[in-house]
Design a protein around this ligand. Structure first.
Ligand SMILES: [Zn+2]
Length: 131
C-alpha cells in the first residue's frame, strides 16, 4: 500500500480526516478557499490562513475509470473510479468515487463526503453519490 506522507503543512488536514472532517485552508485576507494545502493563498499570496471544515458536499466535475492495475496497490480495487469533485466551497478535490458502478457515473452528479481508513493514521476523504 502506498500511503500519503504527513508533513507539518498537511498535519491539520490529516488530523481532520481522522475526525471524519474534510479540512480546507481559507485566506484571512481575501476569503479564498483552496486545496491541496499550500503555505500561502494561491490567489493573493497571503500566508495568513485558517483551517475550515468543508460542508462535505459537491458535484462530480470529471472522472476516469481505471480498468487495469498498473500498480499492485490498485489490485483488488478495480474498476476504480478516480473523481475530480467540485466542492461546494469552490476547490476541486481529487479522490475516488465510492459506491458507484462506472456505468452509473455522471458528470455533475451530486456527491457527498465519505471516508476510507487505510491505517489508524491515514484516513482518506473520499466521495460517493448523494442518496
Ligand atoms: Zn488570499
Amino acid at each position: 500500500m502506498i500511503l500519503p506522507e504527513i508533513t507539518p503543512l498537511t498535519a491539520p488536514y490529516w488530523a481532520g480526516a481522522r475526525e471524519r472532517k474534510l479540512r480546507l485552508q481559507s485566506c484571512r485576507a481575501c476569503a479564498n478557499v483552496w486545496h491541496p494545502p499550500s503555505p500561502g493563498c494561491p490567489r493573493c499570496g497571503s500566508p495568513d490562513y485558517q483551517w475550515i471544515d468543508a460542508a462535505g458536499t459537491g458535484q462530480l466535475h470529471s472522472f476516469a475509470v481505471i480498468q487495469a492495475a498498473a500498480h499492485p496497490a490498485a489490485q483488488g480495487r478495480l474498476p476504480l473510479v478516480v473523481a475530480l469533485v467540485r466542492l461546494t466551497e469552490g476547490p476541486l478535490f481529487l479522490c475516488n468515487l465510492l459506491g458507484c458502478a462506472p456505468e452509473d457515473v455522471r458528470v455533475e452528479m451530486p456527491v457527498r463526503l465519505d471516508f476510507e481508513a487505510l491505517t489508524p493514521e491515514i484516513v482518506l476523504p473520499q466521495f460517493r453519490p448523494l442518496g
